[in-house]
Design a protein around this ligand. Structure first.
Ligand code: GRF
Length: 240
């Protein structure tokens, strides 16, 4: 499975994906890393020889136009967001022999790769993706969020959990929909809040769970164990 990873910050979740994908047995690889800014984490991609791109919102008149430019940059790296074509369209569809559309059903790996929609992973992208972008890649578009959604959505999830006096918080990997951190949850992991803990301390402990949870969730998607079309319809069987 081809991954386009979007970041805004230090990119430790990206680094975890890059490290996992360095193992040939891992069923996904990072083909591009994009950002809305000069994110420090882009260095992880460069060190791994993965192409990077920056698409800055200030260079576009509207958020939707920014989203279109971001989508174009992602597609340039072979992540189309478009699922395997049905009978009507797409290269190679004529010889699909009516088989199921799963990646293992096609005997031609080159054609298979061209049809693969790939997956966009928002791993610390601190921007809301515009609706047009979400529609273009849905359901092959996931996010990791440092709280147990639907609790504490938004950009300050760890701080909000502390301010609310939560005794437990955590991380949620979810499908992105057009809302802010509202899409169907795929996997969660919980962390107990320690008395007197700072936002930075708690966030770091959350991230220690978040990195392996993201790596494992992407592995399950790539291995076909987790179907995003079903998840996006709200019917996923969520297990910790
Ligand atoms: C993660 O906790 C992510 O969920 C949040 O920002 C953090 C990014 O961390 N939105 P990193 O850049 O992957 O280290």
């Amino acid at each position: 499975l081809k991954l386009a990873v979007l970041i805004s910050g230090g990119g430790s979740n990206l680094k975890a994906l890059l490290d996992a994908a360095a193992d040939p047995a891992y069923p996904a690889r990072v083909v591009a890393v994009g950002s809305d800014t000069d994110a420090a984490g882009l260095a992880h991609a460069e060190a791994a020889g993965v192409p990077t791109f920056i698409v800055r919102p200030r260079d576009y008149a509207t958020r939707e136009e920014w989203g279109q430019a971001l989508a174009a940059a992602i597609r340039e790296h072979g992540v189309s967001g478009v699922s395997a074509p049905g009978p009507a369209s797409g290269p190679g569809s004529a010889s699909g022999a009516g088989s199921a559309s799963g990646p293992t059903s096609d005997p031609d790996p080159v054609r298979d790769a061209a049809r693969e929609p790939g997956l966009v992973v928002s791993a610390g992208l601190m921007r809301i993706l515009p609706a047009g972008f979400v529609r273009a890649f849905s359901p092959n578009l996931i996010n990791t969020h440092p709280a147990l959604l639907p609790l504490f959505p938004g950009a300050h999830a760890v701080r909000d959990a502390l301010v609310a006096g939560a005794t437990e918080t955590g991380v949620t990997v979810h499908v992105i929909d057009e809302g802010v951190d509202t899409g169907p949850a795929l996997r969660r992991a919980a962390v107990q809040v320690r008395p007197g803990e700072t936002e930075e301390e708690l966030h770091e402990r959350i991230k220690q769970l978040e990195r392996p949870l993201l790596v494992e969730t992407v592995r399950e998607i790539a291995a076909g164990e987790l179907d995003l079309r079903i998840a996006a319809s709200g019917a996923v069987d969520e297990t910790d």
